[in-house]
Design a protein around this ligand. Sequence first.
Ligand code: HSE
Length: 438
Amino acid sequence: MQNKINVGLIGAGTVGGGTYKILKENFLEIFRKTGKEITIFALAEKDLKRAKEVVDAKTIIYEDAFDLVQDKNIHIVVELIGGTGISKDLVEEAIKNNKHIVTANKALIAMHGEELVSLANKHNVNLSYEAAVAGGIPIIKSTREGLAANKIEWIVGILNGTTNYILTEMKENNLTFDVALKQAQELGFAEADPTFDIEGVDAGHKITILASIAFGIPINFKATHIEGISNLEQKDIMYAEELGYKIKLLGITKCINDLVEQRVHPTLIPKSRLVANVDGAMNAVLVHGDKVGPTLYYGAGAGSEPTASSVVADIIDLARNIESNNTNSIPILGFIKNEIKAKKILSIEDITSEFYIRLSMKNESGVLAKITQVFSEHSISIDAMVQKEIQEDDEVVDIILVTSNMIEKEMNKIIDEIEALPENIDKAVKLRIEQLNS
Ligand code: HSE
């Protein structure tokens, strides 16, 4: 009887420390759920001082993680160093040594998931990645297992705690972008390279993974359209508010008539939606299944113990099934191997959306008429239009428009024509709107 499960932990950072703590503090609770004694048998960490602060004297410490992945006593390797360089080599080596893998590494799964899943299947080991998407929210399990009866139609989520924290602090507490980012870093939410958060790459990794398990398509990060929040201006947050919207960095994936959308960008959503009121570093994911309708998941998307909660849940799943050699009864990406089929992923120009447009124009009579004329020549209706005088410069006005649903390339043509008007002062701001009402 396999009563003892030995875990090899790679990385004693924020999530590594949380994982060790949960397995220790909840040891008995976890034993009651598994009948197994699960412990961190070994830790690989280059910084020996840090390693000794995190684990007790009984835990073996390896300075070289390649020694850990070859240790015959270890059943499960937990990769928590992040990135796609050495972590990929370590995960591959661990799989080749027949270890089950648990990882919180969204970049690794989004960029190399296909090859790692194949390798894991070849060696009949599991590759678990619950913590890679939305931290402590069990969104992989919910989508892949809880909603398995459904054809998933779309998923929309606030998937990055750092940017949600920044947007909240900018709006509620008037903090500047830089100060809010610094705070998020101090709280341990931000990536080692915070441009991954700010520029939407981290949310892009996560929505790419969700698209794969939702629609049974290969993981294809390159096809994901990504825009971050670094160019977002405070005044657009305010104007959106006046129009009844909040701006959130959303990951969006849809499958309509076998055409897939995978995109991350700042998005206006009606203030009345639950997701619009998810603030701070919290995450929320809306999953729409054809039979269940909309379902909503909310929780901490980053941080030590919330993320480690998902890591440990994956370890528990494996521990429960190791003995019966049944660890791969659930396909790693939710669909059986031969049924994972590529679908066309739409380029951003081909998606349909409502738009918020801010134009910067000379404050002259007849300007509004010229703008509406361009829209009417393209047979596009304007749902709302507001003109704002700019305090520092009464020669310039901001004109904000909300359009009806239209194809983005049509929107781009309209913007080009308006920017060519002699009254146009600056580049137009274009943001997409999601009503989230179905
Ligand atoms: N940097 C990520 C975030 C951490 O801010 O959400 C969790 O993946």
